[in-house]
Ligand binder design. Structure first.
Ligand SMILES: NC(=O)c1ccc[n+]([C@@H]2O[C@H](COP(=O)([O-])OP(=O)(O)OC[C@H]3O[C@@H](n4cnc5c(N)ncnc54)[C@H](O)[C@@H]3O)[C@@H](O)[C@H]2O)c1
Length: 515
């Protein structure tokens, strides 16, 4: 059990504000709220409303987890006049003035790229303005958003200074103004009455992953002075069970985060390139990776589309900074180029396979399984599945997309696609004798046996809409799609000449093509 230190006793007197309650900010706000008084701020009124009703559309927190920290669901957290009395609760708000009483501000807003693949710092700048307006002497602002090395101190700190009228306190000799420390580890002794401190602690969560949650992942921390680094370290150590790592500086912590995802991007680009080579050689990539993987130091990366707003975006932040200082990043951008073109590669292969089977491409009906950027996660932002869809449409195909995890309204507004629901895919009247699995597809465990003489299933089954598609492309390995394995291999086996199944994630036993 950890000893209580001076820092911790100071921490308990602090109020934490989390700015941006998305995939990163919400689980963090919840973890802090189990111990401290926390105010969670988001500019989206809709997001605050859903969270206040104990609903998290990102599926990172369960309703019970939310209820456990929301005063509305805990009468013990309220006094008679509804004022909150206990420190451990989460107050949610879309009004920026509500964060004014906090003295530790943690920024977890998005850091996207624009259409030219240049970092778009707008949310970070706006959040810094919001915090700057309420900043008080000795407050600490900790950034968690993924950025390039230097962004916190070069781009965000000047905004905090301008909006607050306060000076940035740092011992970094490269940064002016500079207020040096006195060698003490006591944060309280650093009171200057005119300055604020800054830290950077990158988030490493993996959305949809219930095994590695915020508390189970070691946290890198850094601060603008050694004392503030210690303080931030103590703050996170009090909620992160996996422990913390003190980085040598804010820039080091920023660089560490951005290279984690860049390394992953380059490794996936490598196996994507291998997949293209092996496809030409007629070798199964999965078999090759399986064989190579028997060596202890072979890294287990798989080919696929690289989307989302981390791995497919962060390398552009590093590349931008590199170019800014006159270095052209060859390998980082080569990896990005390969991964960004995988959607087009997949679509071209699907069309090639259709032509090889004598199928007409123009007007063909194609079903794409999955639109989210990764499996079992509702996040559709920067999903590269859209590249497959658009390329197939350019060939003249009619493309339907289905995804049990994605929000149909979000898909419509982001990509102008009307998701096909599972009920549209398989209508109950088409297959009266079969039960449905979770996804709504025919469950073959209860299906009638195939006709022995013709090896075809009964007629009603061949009429199910899924078999009416000329091609099915498995794009995302959602658990629900894994259950389709038998459905598709049956459809495929009796329509081998007029159906193409392309399996990007190699989850089906039977397919015409895979990466
Ligand atoms: N999602 C991940 O897998 C992941 C993992 C590690 C790090 N990160 C990084 O963490 C950061 C946040 O990512 P995310 O996935 O949580 O984003 P997100 O889009 O899920 O959530 C961001 C939230 O911030 C809100 N917001 C935007 N601008 C705001 C502002 N000015 N003030 C207050 N709220 C604002 C949005 O309404 C949204 O609810 C990004 O830099 C990302 O790269 C993400």
């Amino acid at each position: 059990m950890k000893q209580t230190t001076n820092h911790e006793s100071q921490i308990t007197n602090h109020k934490v504000a989390i700015i941006g309650l998305g995939y990163v900010g919400l689980p963090l706000a919840h973890a802090f709220a189990e111990k401290y008084e926390v105010v969670g701020f988001d500019i989206s009124q809709k997001r605050i409303e859903e969270l206040n009703n104990a609903v998290d559309s990102t599926h990172e927190l369960t309703s019970d987890q939310l209820k456990s920290v929301l005063p509305k669901f805990n009468s013990s957290l309220k006094t008679q006049n509804s004022k909150l009395t206990q420190p451990n609760f989460l107050h949610l708000t879309s009004h920026s003035e509500d964060i004014a009483s906090a003295n530790i501000f943690i920024v977890t807003v998005p850091t996207p790229i624009d259409k030219f693949k240049i970092p778009d710092l707008t949310p970070l700048i706006k959040a810094s303005e919001t915090v700057g307006k309420v900043l008080k002497p000795n407050d600490i602002v900790i950034y968690e958003s993924t950025v390039y090395p230097g962004c916190t101190e070069e781009d965000c700190v000047p905004i905090l200074e301008k909006a607050s009228g306060l000076k940035y306190i740092t011992t970094d000799t490269n940064h002016e103004p500079r207020i040096t420390g006195h060698g003490t580890k006591n944060y309280a002794s650093r009171i200057t009455h005119h300055g604020f401190f800054v830290g950077y602690s990158p988030e490493r969560i993996n959305p949809g992953d219930k095994k590695h949650t915020v508390k189970d992942i070691k946290k890198v921390v850094s601060g603008s002075t050694p004392e503030i680094t210690d303080f931030i370290d103590e703050l996170y150590a009090s909620i992160i069970t996996a422990g913390t790592h003190k980085a040598a500086s804010i820039k080091v912590a920023e660089a560490a985060k951005v290279i984690e995802n860049t390394q992953r991007d380059i490794n996936i680009a490598f196996v994507n390139e291998l997949a293209m080579i092996f496809n030409k050689l007629g070798i199964n990539t999965k078999d090759v990776l399986e064989a190579a993987g028997t060596k202890w130091n072979f890294l287990p990366f798989k080919p696929g589309l690289v989307g989302g707003h981390c791995i497919g975006v962060d390398p552009y932040y590093l590349a931008y900074k590199a170019q800014h200082i006159g270095h052209h990043p060859e390998m980082i951008l080569a990896g990005r180029r390969i991964n960004d073109n995988m959607g087009m590669y997949v679509a071209n292969n699907v069309v090639k396979l259709m032509i090889q089977k004598g199928m007409k491409v123009k007007g063909a009906n194609v079903l794409v399984l999955g639109i989210t950027f990764k499996e079992n996660c509702p996040d559709i932002r920067n999903s590269r599945v859209i590249d497959v869809v658009r390329e197939l449409e350019d060939f003249g195909c009619n493309v339907d997309v289905t995804d049990p995890h994605a929000d149909p309204d979000e898909v419509k507004s982001e990509y102008n696609i009307n998701l096909v629901s599972h009920s549209e895919l398989v209508s109950e009247s088409d297959v009266p004798h079969r039960s449905r699995n979770k996804f709504g597809m025919t469950d073959h465990s209860t299906a009638q046996p195939l006709n022995d003489s013709t090896n075809t299933p009964p007629n009603q089954y061949t009429n199910t809409p899924i078999t009416n598609y000329d091609s099915v492309v498995l794009a995302v390995a959602h658990d629900e799609f894994k259950q389709l394995n038998s459905t598709l291999s049956h459809s495929h086996s009796f329509s081998r000449n007029n159906m193409v199944i392309y399996d990007i994630k190699s989850i089906f036993e039977d397919s015409d093509g895979k990466l």
